[in-house]
Design a protein around this ligand. Structure first.
Ligand code: NAD
Ligand code: UDX
Length: 463
């Protein structure tokens, strides 16, 4: 089948960048990204490319090139479904906040809504692609909805999980380590797989496009995220031991990372991992294992989350203890709020939980993040429902300028590894702070010895 029209349901962190790159690389294919969120679609269509809703280095340029040519953002979901030969489902799959599996299982209500809408609209055969991260065997449920329309339309379901990381989304999409496509082992299933392979083959080498059965593909995504997060919790566990023994976690990470069997990536000790994926996907994995009665498997992976929660709490405890066991009415400056650098995404950011702990101790938190607004910071804290919105608003001080943010502070905590933090005039910052001036570097990005020379009391993670 020659593909000329693609539609993607969900214009979020995955749908937006992924479809922009497909459109850029496949000018012969019309790509329409649809969403129910009118504000988000309006932002994607904003003439000023600085206003597109997702900040990713290089994304504005790609959207600028393809938008209006063969890339369209729209709220007309039904029309886009009707016209497309391939429909990607890239909607959110958050952790359930109600009912059975609350706090663990993935909430599939948005996925099911998409499947029902496709079933209602489609008049000719379609390939439906799971782009969202889903529990293994979700394709079965989607298929059951699509196969019961009674209108004779044939659907093929593929699983094509996305491995991009935020902050490097464009690079990851342009040069993926691999593209994974899972589908039915039937002849029609294989044809559908080949149709999607042909789309990616416009820019991805054939040996990087891996095809599998549906269940392997669905489960590989959860497995990849679990393994990645597990490395961070492993090194963070070691960071605590380093602090007790005089070892330095950066040196330990370097030493073990040079073993080619271990590898050097994803061994950076930190205040704890954040982001919308790791915690949600591991909780989902734990839930799935439990639902099959595999309690040892479930307990094994749950430990990754337990360690991460411990690491975040340990960081806030260290701040309180070091500041003479009280932070009440003290100004603590947060450099960074996003869950990692080069993104405006704050979902599950460690900063939220550390701030929550410190506000419980009556601290005043002054936040500076180059890409995150005060509105977003307050929304993140209000979402936890720990206290009233008014109390949160009174506890968070926001500044446009990092030097002003640090002025008069008792301590600085680095929560995000933005490059610009390293370049600051740290002498100027020191001069404007309360003494002793403390720095808690939750990302190990600052030059600790240079800071100590200025006069700071510097504490990194794991040394
Ligand atoms: P997101 O919340 O940024 O975007 C999802 C979008 O889907 C929202 O704009 C929402 O309005 C829209 N939507 C929901 N239901 C809809 C419906 N019925 N019709 C039309 N639009 C609808 O989420 P995201 O970060 O892009 O993640 C999407 C999926 O991709 C999740 O399953 C996630 O686990 C997975 N994923 C995310 C990342 C990442 O880095 N964020 C990476 C890989 C995979
Ligand atoms: C992750 C996966 O990397 C990606 O493949 C998947 O598609 C989505 O989930 P993302 O969450 O966007 O991507 O960013 P990632 O770079 O994985 O970082 C996640 C968190 O771990 C961040 O808070 C980051 O700061 C932290 N991290 C990462 C560490 O603390 N140490 C590390 O060594 C690496």
């Amino acid at each position: 089948m020659k593909i000329t029209k693609i539609c993607c349901i969900g214009a979020g962190y995955v749908g937006g960048p992924t479809m922009a790159v497909i459109a850029q690389k496949c000018p012969q294919i019309q790509v329409t990204v649809v969403d129910l969120n009118e504000e988000r679609i309006a932002a994607w269509n904003d003439e000023n490319l600085d206003n597109i809703p997702i900040y990713e280095p290089g994304l504005d340029k790609i959207v600028g090139e393809a938008r209006g040519r063969n890339l369209f953002f729209s709220t007309h979901v039904e029309k886009a479904i009707d016209e497309a030969q391939i429909i990607f489902i890239s909607v959110n799959t958050p952790t359930k906040t109600y009912g059975k599996g609350k706090g663990m299982a993935a909430d599939l209500k948005y996925i099911e809504l998409c499947a029902r809408q496709i079933a209602k609209i489609a008049k000719d055969n379609k390939i439906v692609v799971e782009k969202s991260t889903l529990p293994v065997r979700t394709a079965e449920a989607i298929k059951s909805i699509l196969d019961n329309t009674g209108n004779g339309v044939q659907f093929q379901i593929l699983s094509n999980p996305e491995f991009l990381a935020e902050g490097t989304a464009v690079q990851d999409l342009l040069n993926p380590d691999r593209i994974l496509i899972g589908g039915d082992t039937t002849e029609d299933g294989q044809k559908a797989i080949q149709a999607l392979v042909a789309v990616y083959a416009n820019w991805v080498a054939a040996d990087k496009i891996l095809t599998t059965n549906l269940w392997s593909s669905e489960l590989s995504k959860l497995t990849a995220n679990a393994f990645l997060a597990q490395r961070i919790s492993s090194i963070n566990a070691m960071s605590e031991l380093c602090e007790k023994t005089g070892a330095d976690v950066n040196e330990v990470a370097k030493a073990i990372g040079m073993d080619s069997r271990i590898g050097s990536k994803f061994l950076k000790a930190s205040v704890g991992f954040g982001g919308s994926c790791f915690q949600k996907d591991i909780l989902n994995l734990v839930y799935i294992a439990k639902s099959y009665g595999l309690s040892e498997v479930a307990d094994y992976w749950e430990q990754v989350i337990i360690m991460n929660d411990h690491q975040k709490r340990r960081f806030s405890n260290t701040i309180v203890q070091t500041l003479y066991n009280t932070v009440s009415d003290k100004k603590i400056c947060f450099l960074g709020w996003a869950f990692k650098k080069d993104t405006n995404d704050t979902r599950e950011s460690a900063a939220i939980y550390v701030a929550d702990d410190l506000i419980n101790e009556n601290a005043k938190i002054a936040v500076y993040d180059p890409k995150v607004s005060r509105k977003k910071i307050l929304a993140d804290l209000d979402y936890l429902e720990t206290r009233t919105a008014e109390k949160n608003a009174n506890s968070i001080l926001s500044f446009e300028d990092p030097y002003e943010t640090c002025e008069g502070a008792h301590a600085i905590a680095v929560l995000t590894e933005w490059d610009e933090f390293v370049q600051y005039d740290w002498q100027r910052i020191y001069d404007s702070m309360q003494k002793p001036a403390f720095v808690f570097d939750g990302r190990n990005i600052l030059n600790g010895s240079a800071l100590k020379e200025i006069g700071f009391v510097y504490q990194g993670i794991g040394s």
